[in-house]
Design a protein around this ligand. Structure first.
Ligand code: UD1
Ligand code: UDP
Length: 366
């Protein structure tokens, strides 16, 4: 059987890497990247030693959704026609995943969707991801749901055939990294500027629906935390999207206890995550990783499809309003009992065996 993985961004690469490594043991495996991300993508493929067979080279500065979708549709057709994969495998809800799945559908190639069934039930939050994942569910043959909630979402939408509960491969990726980190306990070079004697708040923010005012309001809260709590170190690996980067450096530069740094490699990020006191994020992947370390998460979004963390009381949805972010952060910094009640080491997202499960299901489907 020939399978082709298509992906383009950092989180897809992280979550697909362990599945690709497993697939290579059993199938003729082709890897195609859209290059929706560039530097942030290769940070991951290099770390996991993923060989890239095809590259669509689509990334351009401040790309629009039209750029990403149309360029993938036009460029991938020939590759599918030449390679004739039995199954195209996509992950999550990026526009690469959607466009690669749509192209496969046009050629009647089966689609396997990893991390299927996540729903916020708000079409514009996250945007365009909520729509992307629903589009993929409508045309995929295999649906690999990471959690029971995601699995039930699919059933409730009438998607009942080939739906499997597998866990999230982000935990597989995390275990691979932790195994490597265990062997060296040296602070990575990229983190040398961080004062580890202070409590660390790790910040990540990049969502499209937050561009402009909401992101300004998030950064305003961060600034005020930095001014009020000098004993806290805020670390922000800034996403390369110019809509994020320009505003972040405008609003948050010049504070001793705010460290704006370049995107970290996956092991560097896991290292700083493991040393953090609190995480403030709008990232999907980070919401799934922080609970593995028992680190409370404040989710700076209007909605989250990762309800498992909220239910386990390790994550709290605080929106993008300056005052609500400030209130929740101050409470966690100042009130030990609130902090302890949220500092639960749980892993509702996976057990590290998701890749094996998915590949053995696909093997049996031959
Ligand atoms: C994309 C995904 C989002 C995912 C996020 C993960 C879509 C529509 N968005 O959003 O679902 O959560 O990735 O990070 O699929 N850039 C670089 N170098 C890089 C990466 C990005 O310079 O390595 C810059 C470029 O100017 C690019 C811009 O960032 O045009 C935006 O990238 P894009 O993939 O469109 O959006 P993200 O916000 O990264
Ligand atoms: N991550 C990373 N380096 C960073 C920031 C994040 O490797 O500087 C990892 C993080 O561990 C997680 C993933 O990137 O696995 C999340 O990516 P992102 O927040 O860009 O996308 P999302 O998960 O929101 O789609």
């Amino acid at each position: 059987m020939k399978v082709m993985f298509v992906f383009g961004t950092r989180p897809e690469a992280i979550k697909l890497a362990p599945i690709i490594l497993e697939a290579k043991k059993h199938f003729d495996t082709i890897v195609c990247v859209s290059e929706q991300h560039k530097e942030m993508l290769y940070q991951v493929t290099n770390f996991f030693n993923i060989h890239i067979d095809y590259n669509l080279h689509i990334m351009k500065n401040s790309q629009s959704l039209f750029d990403i979708t149309s360029n993938i549709l036009l460029k991938i057709k020939e590759i599918y026609e030449t390679q004739k994969p039995d199954i195209v495998i996509v992950q999550g809800d990026t526009t690469t995943a959607f466009a690669a799945a749509l192209s496969a559908f046009y050629l009647k190639i089966k689609i396997a969707h990893i991390e299927a069934g996540l729903r916020s039930f708000d079409l514009y939050n996250p945007f365009p991801e909520e729509a992307n994942r629903k589009f993929i569910s409508a045309i995929a043959t295999y649906h690999f749901a990471p959690t029971k909630i995601a699995y039930d979402n699919l059933l409730n939408e009438g998607i009942k055939k080939n739906v499997y509960l597998t866990g999230n491969s982000v935990v597989d990726a995390l275990y691979i990294v932790l195994d490597k980190l265990k062997k060296t306990n040296i602070t990575p070079e990229a983190l040398m500027s961080i004062d580890f004697s202070k409590r660390i708040i790790l910040l990540t923010s990049h969502r499209r629906e937050s561009f402009g005012k909401p992101m300004q309001s998030i950064f305003e809260a961060i600034k005020q935390i930095a001014l009020e709590f000098k004993d806290i170190e805020i670390v922000y690996p800034v996403h390369l999207n110019p809509n994020v980067k320009n505003l972040a450096y405008d609003v948050l530069s010049g504070f001793d206890n705010i460290k704006l740094i370049k995107p970290l490699t996956y092991p560097e990020f896991v290292y700083i995550l493991s040393k953090s006191h609190l995480v403030i994020t709008d990232s999907g992947g980070v919401q799934e990783e922080a609970p593995a370390f028992g680190i409370p998460v404040l989710v700076i979004r209007k909605t989250t499809e990762r309800q498992e963390g909220i239910k386990a009381n390790v994550a709290k949805l605080v929106g993008t309003n300056t005052q609500s972010i400030l209130r929740a952060t101050k409470q966690l910094i100042a009130d030990t009992s609130t902090y302890n009640s949220m500092s639960n080491q749980v892993n509702p997202y996976g057990d590290g065996k998701t890749s094996q499960r998915i590949i053995s299901i696909l093997k049996e489907s031959k």
